[in-house]
Write a protein that binds this ligand. Structure first.
Ligand SMILES: [Zn+2]
Length: 93
């Protein structure tokens, strides 16, 4: 499974700056799987930093995204279809 380039499925929106969608999550491919950067589902550490959440595949990240939605976090509508498409492309290789 080789990706031509790192893929980000969604980036954070920046309050106060123009953006096309509202997103509380930033999810992208890494060499180890798919990462949810500085995940809001985790408590912050003493410095106020949030750990990142790693799933092995885009398909597995979908359940994690659903947990964000259930928690009331802003997640654009295209994120789950994008992850599902990436999972399908991955299985085709
Ligand atoms: Zn997360």
């Amino acid at each position: 499974m080789a990706y031509a380039a790192p893929v980000s499925y969604v980036r954070w929106s920046s309050p106060g700056r123009p953006h096309e969608y509202d997103s509380a999550v930033y999810i992208y491919d890494t060499d180890d799987g798919v990462e949810c950067c500085s995940c809001l589902l985790y408590p912050a550490d003493g410095l106020g930093d949030l750990p990142s959440h790693l799933e092995a595949t885009p398909g597995r990240m979908i359940e994690h995204v659903r947990a964000h939605i259930a928690a009331g976090h802003a997640v654009p509508d295209f994120v789950i279809p994008g992850l599902a498409a990436a999972e399908g492309a991955r299985e085709a290789h």
